[in-house]
Design a protein around this ligand. Structure first.
Ligand code: NAP
Length: 483
């Protein structure tokens, strides 16, 4: 763990195993931090606040640029570490690494744009004398930021919290996921190499319910930036409220792809293949429901099933692999349960439908790419987040039926619509309850400095580097009476 600029063991010297989900082999161990370790990291972050606040925007920006450069020069090692530690196909792991370097660059740029605003006080007739008052706002660091991130983008999602927090002059206590902590540890080494002063970034590993909860509950932490499961997010929001912390929550999704009857079906099927199956569907914005209008359904299922049949499941380090493993046994069990429930309740199995247990896969956590037809809204799979390589097709009779189905879950992260009529797509997009709607594109796209976040139970607040900076700063209003 990285506390106050030093590499330390957990207080009681206990460790956890970092597992390769493709083989179940232990690839490393890492400290099982304790509550006491979390407190040490928080104290270090509190003590470093004045150091962080004294740094100029130029100095903060320079360090972020430097880390970005260091990450680029270590990108092959980082991508391999991601592939090994969370089972992400190597090309996707490389893309995550490249995006993470970009996030650092965006943060370096945004550090220089922490603009306030002048407020025209003379537009107020009261109180008298406003003509000679000058009012303006400043953006100040919020303080100590707790950054808690999930396994599925173990580098980029950690940096979506750490980089904007540091750009704004905050100090950070980061808690990487226990399934996939190694990329978070490696990036801390690059911050150290780039010369970030001790205590400004601290990384504590260990269980979420102990280390993570201590960060959430500590009165010394001023904001929590969390990405993870909706249930964990709700618990964090409840606990953080006790100390009036700002919380930014990026949570689960059940993103629909709506395929209207005038859609280019080939294009939609190709997009759905990436939308559903990239990183085995373990993406918050993965396409989790395919809502297909009757006029397009037969052709879509036929075209899509051919693609699904030809996906190559295998070792994430092999470039030909399309679909790697699931993160762990419990993830695999959940997928199996949801698929089983759908089949028991009338869904029709077109492809896959089972875990892969032949010799080639027997030591890892693999599930066959699965296509289910005739899924309906009452099935668990249409309501609970599926974090796996499963494509449920739900039929819709017309646009308003498709809209009702799309909006018929507690989630609202992203959605997509396929149509050849842009006006029809836009009319529908306005009515879809989601943080983002993409037309003629897959659901699982994110632009790192564009608005990102969910509504309903998918989240609270927005990320995207510049918006994350807004969330992680306080607005101060200053007025000078010039009379
Ligand atoms: P998770 O189980 O909620 O874990 C996320 C992080 O929270 C981990 O670091 C975890 O630590 C920690 N944690 C767990 N319990 C905690 C507690 N009581 N207090 C404080 N921290 C706690 O989520 P996951 O399984 O890693 O990730 C998958 C979920 O994340 C999916 O639901 C997915 O949709 C969502 N996600 C959302 C977005 C988005 O931007 N909206 C992006 C990616 C993923 P441990 O690992 O030690 O348990």
């Amino acid at each position: 763990m990285f506390i106050e600029g030093k590499w330390v063991d957990s207080q009681n010297h206990e460790t956890l195993k970092a597992i390769n989900p493709a083989t179940s082999e232990t690839i490393d161990t890492f400290p099982k931090g304790t509550v006491e370790d979390a407190r040490r990291a928080i104290d270090a972050a509190v003590a470093a606040r004045s150091k962080a606040e004294d740094m100029t925007a130029y100095e903060r920006s320079k360090i972020l640029y430097k880390v970005s450069q260091l990450l680029e020069s270590n990108s092959a090692d980082m991508a391999k570490l991601i592939a090994l530690n969370v089972g992400k196909p190597i090309a996707d792991a490389e893309a995550e690494t490249a995006r993470a370097a970009l996030v650092l660059t965006f943060a370096a740029e945004e550090a220089k744009r922490l603009y306030g605003q002048t407020i025209p006080l003379d537009s107020h007739p009261f109180p008298p004398g406003n003509k000679n008052r000058l009012g303006f706002t400043l953006r100040e660091p919020i303080g100590v930021v707790g950054a808690i991130s999930p396994f599925n983008f173990p580098l980029n999602l950690l940096l979506h919290k750490v980089a904007p927090a540091l750009a704004a002059g905050n100090t950070v206590v980061a808690k990487p996921p226990s399934d996939g902590p190694l990329p978070g540890i490696m990036i801390a080494k690059l911050f150290e190499q780039a010369g970030l002063p001790p205590g400004i970034l601290n990384v504590v590993t260990g269980s979420g319910s102990e280390v993570g909860m201590e960060i959430v509950e500590s009165p010394k932490v001023n904001a929590i930036s969390f990405t993870g499961d909706t249930t964990t997010g709700r618990l964090i929001a409840e606990k953080a409220a006790a100390t009036n912390k700002r919380t930014i929550l990026e949570l689960g999704g059940h993103d629909p792809m709506i395929i209207l009857d005038d859609a280019d079906v080939e294009k939609a099927a190709k997009a759905a293949a990436v939308g559903v199956f990239a990183y085995s569907g373990q993406v918050c914005t993965a396409t989790k429901r395919l809502i297909v209008e009757d006029g397009a359904r037969d052709q879509f299922v036929r075209t899509f099933s051919t693609i699904v049949k030809n996906l190559k499941v295998g070792n994430p380090l092999e470039r030909t692999t399309n679909v790697g493993p699931i993160i762990n046994q419990s993830g695999l069990n959940k997928i199996e349960q949801l698929v089983g429930d759908a089949l028991n309740n009338g869904a029709v199995l077109v492809e896959g439908g089972k875990r892969l247990e032949t010799a080639e896969y027997s030591h890892g956590f693999f599930f066959a790419p699965t296509l289910l037809d005739q899924v309906n809204q009452d099935m668990q799979i249409a309501q609970k987040e599926i974090f796996g390589p499963v494509a449920p097709v739900i039929r819709a009779s017309d646009d308003s039926d498709a809209l009702a189905i799309a909006n018929g879950t507690v989630y609202g992260l992203q959605a997509s619509i396929f149509t050849s009529n842009l006006a029809r797509g836009l009319k529908l997009a306005k009515k879809v309850k989601a943080g983002a709607v993409l037309i003629n594109d897959r659901t699982n796209v994110r632009w790192d400095n564009a608005p990102f976040g969910g509504i309903k139970r998918s989240g609270l607040g927005r990320e995207g580097v510049s918006l994350a900076i807004t969330e992680l700063t306080e607005l101060k209003f200053i007025v000078a009476n010039l009379d």
